[in-house]
Design a binder for this molecule. Structure first.
Ligand SMILES: [Ca+2]
Length: 463
């Protein structure tokens, strides 16, 4: 800086000198002087140098010194300003750094909060999912709490025992009342703390128990609802089963109503339907010989009389499960509806069984007085006692259709296809035990005595 200041001062001195010189010679120059004037100027210049410098030099030096001092001041001021500015700049940089840090911190905090909220949200979702499982956990916790309650109660008891012991100690430590008070205070505080902890646990357990009770009540309500529903379902199932049974029964009846014979039916009373008649009950027998027979007459104990009039024999009489005659009108309708065969089962009081079979049994209508139109071929073990009655009309005591001059039906006290009068009479009087009289149930081709059991059966002849 010193060297630079010196050069500046030197420059200033030259400028001042040249100014002085220019002002001294200006009138000459403006008067249009040329080369000779320049030569004169140079002379004056050297003269000036020799005179003026001696005068000006101290002034210039003074001036230079003053300016130098001022310049130095200015430089100092400038340096101070620069220092201030640098100081402010560093402060500003520090503040800027602080601000950036603060901004970064806030961003970090904000990101952390965001992450935390996201985690909380995820946790909440998990908690919601875990609530169902929470019930079981709660129960487990409750049992744990119950056991911890027990432990706490035991602790309390222990503490109370300790308290009592401490009281004893207190008595023995009368000499040191301060220690005693401290011990008492400590033990009381411990007891209070344990009591407080225990009561807190009790409250927790009570809350859990309350929740469990509420859940149990809810479960009971649901059980009641389920039981009600179960009862309803049971009732409905029972109703459905009853209805199914009824339907099956109705179907069986319907099947009976549509069936023209005992074919495929069990040994029992069934309903059949033949053309020209409403459905009517018959007794079906599938055990006496083979299956599908319709019983048309049975004698077994003499429980009813067969000494009956035309009307009774036309419509039938007796009990289908005991002694009965099916009725001539039905016999006519059944046997004319399709080809029927006839099976007569006979049993004596000596328990011997015989049978007579005819392969085409047909009874005429009432106009023909229900005569035996056809019997077909005989087969059997009892002998053919019925063929002698073929083509005979039916006679009853009140309707004499026989070929006798007398009244066979009246004579032999029954209805039958009498000729003059009979070779068999299965509607004769029932006699308990052996009798050879002609009024009994007779089949003379085999048996001379009245029979114990007779059953006449028909069925459509299998093709
Ligand atoms: Ca007669």
């Amino acid at each position: 800086m010193g060297h630079k200041g010196f050069q500046i001062n030197k420059l200033l001195s030259i400028i001042m000198l040249c100014t002085l010189m220019e002002n001294s010679f200006k009138p000459i120059a403006t008067a249009g002087l040329s080369s000779p004037s320049i030569t004169m100027f140079k002379d004056m210049e050297s003269e000036c140098n020799s005179y003026c410098i001696g005068i000006v030099k101290p002034i210039l030096q003074q001036t230079k010194q003053t300016q130098f001092t001022e310049l130095q001041d200015q430089i100092r001021n400038l340096n101070e300003i620069i220092k201030d500015t640098e100081k402010k700049l560093s402060e500003a940089e520090i503040k800027l750094g602080v601000c950036e840090d603060a901004t970064r911190n806030r961003e970090t905090l904000a990101n952390e909060q965001l992450n935390r909220k996201t985690m909380q949200l995820t946790e909440l979702q998990h908690k919601v999912k875990e609530q169902d499982a929470g019930f079981k956990k709660m129960e487990a916790e409750c049992s744990g709490l119950r056991s911890s309650l027990g432990i706490c109660e035991e602790n309390i008891k222990n503490r109370e025992v300790q308290y009592a012991q401490l009281l004893d100690l207190n008595i023995s430590c009368n000499n040191s009342s301060k220690i005693k008070d401290e011990l008492l205070a400590t033990s009381k505080a411990l007891v209070e703390r344990h009591k407080s902890a225990a009561s807190s646990d009790i409250i927790k357990v009570e809350l859990k128990e309350q929740k469990i009770n509420e859940m149990e009540a809810s479960i009971k309500e649901k059980d009641t609802v389920i039981m009600t529903h179960n009862l309803k379902i049971e009732n409905q199932t029972s109703t459905i089963m009853k209805q199914t049974e009824e339907i099956a029964e109705l179907k069986a009846q319907l099947s009976d109503y549509e069936s023209p014979s005992c074919y495929g039916k069990s040994t029992d009373v069934h309903v059949i339907r033949v053309p020209g008649s409403e459905p009517f009950p018959v007794f079906c027998d599938s055990v006496l010989t083979d299956s599908g027979w319709t019983v048309i007459q049975r004698r077994r104990d003499g429980s009813i009389t067969f000494n009956r009039n035309w009307t009774d024999y036309t419509i039938g009489f007796g009990d289908l499960r005991s002694e009965f005659f099916i009725g001539l009108q039905k016999l006519h309708l059944i046997t004319q509806s399709q080809h029927h065969e006839l099976y007569i089962f006979l049993q004596g009081f000596d328990e011997e069984n015989r049978y007579a079979y005819y392969d085409h049994f047909l009874i005429g209508n009432e106009t023909d007085d229900f005569k035996i139109v056809s019997l077909g071929l005989y087969k059997g073990t009892a002998g053919d006692a019925l063929s002698s009655q073929k083509d005979m009309k039916f006679s009853t005591p009140d309707r004499d259709n026989d070929r006798s001059t007398g009244n066979c039906a009246k004579e032999f006290r029954s209805g039958w296809w009498y000729r003059k009068c009979y070779y068999c009479n299965l509607n004769g009087e029932y006699f308990n035990g052996k009798t050879t009289n002609q009024y009994g149930i007779n089949w003379f081709s085999w048996h001379k005595n009245s029979l114990q059991f007779v059953q006449m059966m028909i069925r459509p002849k299998p093709h």
